[in-house]
Structure formats: C-alpha cells, structure tokens
Design a protein around this ligand. Structure first.
Ligand code: SAH
Length: 342
C-alpha cells in the first residue's frame, strides 16, 4: 500500500511510472492528509486509475466519545481486519494510542486484546493509517497536524512486529510527513528482551515502556506467559543496557491486581528492580475483563500503593484512567464488534 512508502520511496514509485516528481508531492500530501482517492482533485484520472489498487481504503467504522473527552475509533483495513485506536486530549495537545497487530499472541491474562489470539501483523502503513484517519477526523491535514504524541500501546505487541513498527516510527517522525518528534513516541512492550537489545541499537530517541505488572517471576508467570521465556532479571539487564545506550528514562507500567501484585513486599521489590537507571513507575488500576477472574483495586488503594513505592525512593504515580465508559481498555471495543466476550 502507498502508506507504507516514505517520501523518497514514493518519488521512486512515481518516477518508475514515468511521471514528473511534482506528482509525488501531490500524492504524498493527499495520503498524509487522509484523503480518499475520490477526494484528490489535482491528479489526472488516468493516474488515479493506475494507483487505485495501491491506494489505501482504510476507514473509521465507529467513533465513540467518552465523557472525559477520550475518543475511541474502530478502524477497518482493506482486507476487512479491524483494530482500535484511542485519542486522548492533554493540556499540550492530542496523543494517540495505536494498535500494532490485529489481536495479539502474548496471552496476558488481564488483557482483552489477546482473547482471540493473533490474526496478523499490521504493516507500517496500517499503523500510520490509524493516525492519518484520526488526524483527518480532527480536521487536520499533512500541513495541519493535530496529533503531537504517539503511544504504541493499543492492541498487539510492538516488538513482535519489529520491522513494521520500526518503519512506522521512521514514517511518523519524517519531517516530510507528520513530523512527530521521536521524543514524543512511546513504545510499550511486555518484555521481549532480545528485541529490547535490538531496539537499543537503532539510535532512536523514543521512550521505552515496559509492562512489568509483577515483582516476582512466579507472580509474573501466572499472569504473563512471556515471563516463562524471560525472567525479571533479564528485563532489568535489558533496561540498564537500553538506558546506557539511549539515556532515555524508562517507564514501567504496573497494573494493580488485588492480592496478586499489590503488597508491601511488592513495593519493596520494585525498589530493587528499578535501581541503577532513570525510570518511573506508572501504577494503573486494572480495567477488569469480565471473562477473567482477576480483581481490581480501588483508586484509593492504588494511591496507597504508590505511597509505599515512593517511600522506597522510587518515582511513581497513579495513571489517569480514561475512557472507561467507552470500552477503554486494550481490545475491548474490537471484541465487542467481533462478538468476543470481554
Ligand atoms: N503489548 C504491549 C502494548 C499493549 S498493552 C505491552 O504489553 O506493553 C498496553 C498496556 O495496557 C500494557 O501495559 C498492558 O499490560 C495494559 N493493559 C492491558 N489490559 C489491561 C487492563 N485490562 N487493565 C489495565 N491495563 C491493561
């Protein structure tokens, strides 16, 4: 699809069609403004007919707005696959949470995205496409960029789709395109350790976020199958390496599950796991997925846990929950659409 191409690659594509290079500018502008082929007025009909099979026909199937302003979109790709993405409004502007795969094969017990397994990877252009559609939905274009921040925290495991995600980061940060600063892009992983080492070598200024969710290997194994492949010490070593290479603060996501990972001892062990590099712990209140038996804590309990963690000298906050009234947690809206019980 044409969304997979960088500007340079699009120029080559246009050149190979025997067309002048200004056509590449026009086409790139149309793609990055989220226009449909029909809406492009400055390209000849003959050219449109040639590019038609490669021009994306992604669409927003459904848009839901939460009371808190968060918006969730169900996006359909050309083969009929659907994913969701979430738009969050902050003081500084809009941040978008993008999916990187259709479904997920990581199998985390608390997560709705993984209930139907992995259908397929998204291409770089499909990850970008979510953003182009939502930017357009907000009245933006290539020149008028409405979204300033990206979090790769939607459905899927970004490091399980490494090459496409990396290419997406290049596309999104390209000054010719939406020009999102790498510093404003976060990638969240459940901890594919070998891929964290690879990412450290890519010379990117992005923020690495690790879904930690437990402080003992046995507890982590009970909720995250990936913990059988890599233990907590493997993750800590990889974080230290990533930090040494990039000098970027690392973020940990820590979803509180009642009676599983919320004890005083957990707070103490968090200290040991997060020492030796700059990091911050985001404590999240579980958004219960009804098919799973895991219990959430109250917000008050989350604040109390954060106090314990802070007492240990670890930087930590409770993360704002957004969009709870619109099936806000990973994968919930898509499941509803597909008839998979959350
Ligand atoms: N696969 C990646 C990114 C997608 S999940 C990862 O694991 O990081 C994005 C974040 O939401 C992760 O921290 C994940 O653990 C968390 N999450 C998923 N389901 C949740 C739920 N029901 N309640 C709270 N957090 C959840």
């Amino acid at each position: 699809m044409l969304t997979d191409l960088s500007f340079d690659e699009l120029q080559i594509y246009i050149k190979n069609l025997g067309l002048p290079s200004f056509r590449a500018d026009q086409l790139f502008d149309a793609i990055y403004s989220g226009k449909t082929l029909d809406e492009i007025s400055n390209l000849p009909k003959g050219l449109k007919a040639i590019i038609e099979p490669s021009y994306p026909k992604y669409s927003i199937l459904q848009a839901l707005k939460s009371k808190d302003g968060t918006e969730k979109f169900l996006i359909r790709f050309d083969d009929g696959a659907v994913v969701e993405c979430v738009l969050m409004k902050y003081k500084y502007g809009y941040s978008i949470c993008l999916s990187t795969q259709v479904g997920c094969r990581m199998g985390c017990k608390f997560c709705a995205s993984t209930l139907g397994g992995l259908a397929r990877n998204l291409s770089s252009g499909e990850i970008l496409g979510q953003m182009l559609l939502v930017n357009r939905h907000l009245g933006g274009s290539r020149k008028e960029r409405k979204i300033t921040n990206i979090v790769l925290m939607g459905s899927g495991e970004p490091l399980d789709n490494y090459d496409n995600v990396l290419k997406f980061i290049k596309l999104a940060s390209s000054s010719k395109g939406l020009n999102i600063s790498e510093r404003n892009i976060s990638l969240s992983t459940c901890g594919l350790v070998d891929k964290i080492y690879s990412l450290a070598e890519e010379n990117l200024d992005i923020t690495l976020t690790i879904s930690l969710h437990a402080t003992r290997d046995t507890d982590r194994q009970a909720i995250m199958p990936i913990a059988n492949r890599y233990n907590l010490q493997d993750i800590v070593q990889a974080c230290k390496y990533y930090y040494a290479k990039t000098k970027r603060k690392i973020y940990f996501e820590y979803t509180l599950i009642k009676g599983v990972n919320d004890s005083k001892d957990d707070a103490k062990r968090l200290k040991a796991l997060t020492s030796g590099f700059l990091c911050h712990v985001n404590v999240i209140v579980l958004n219960p997925v009804s098919e799973r038996s895991l219990q959430k804590t109250t917000r008050l309990e989350a604040y109390q846990f954060v106090e314990l963690v802070k007492k240990e000298g670890v930087s930590a906050t409770v993360r704002r929950t957004m969009g709870e009234d619109i099936e806000g947690a990973c994968g919930q809206l898509r499941n509803k659409f597909l008839g998979i019980r959350n």
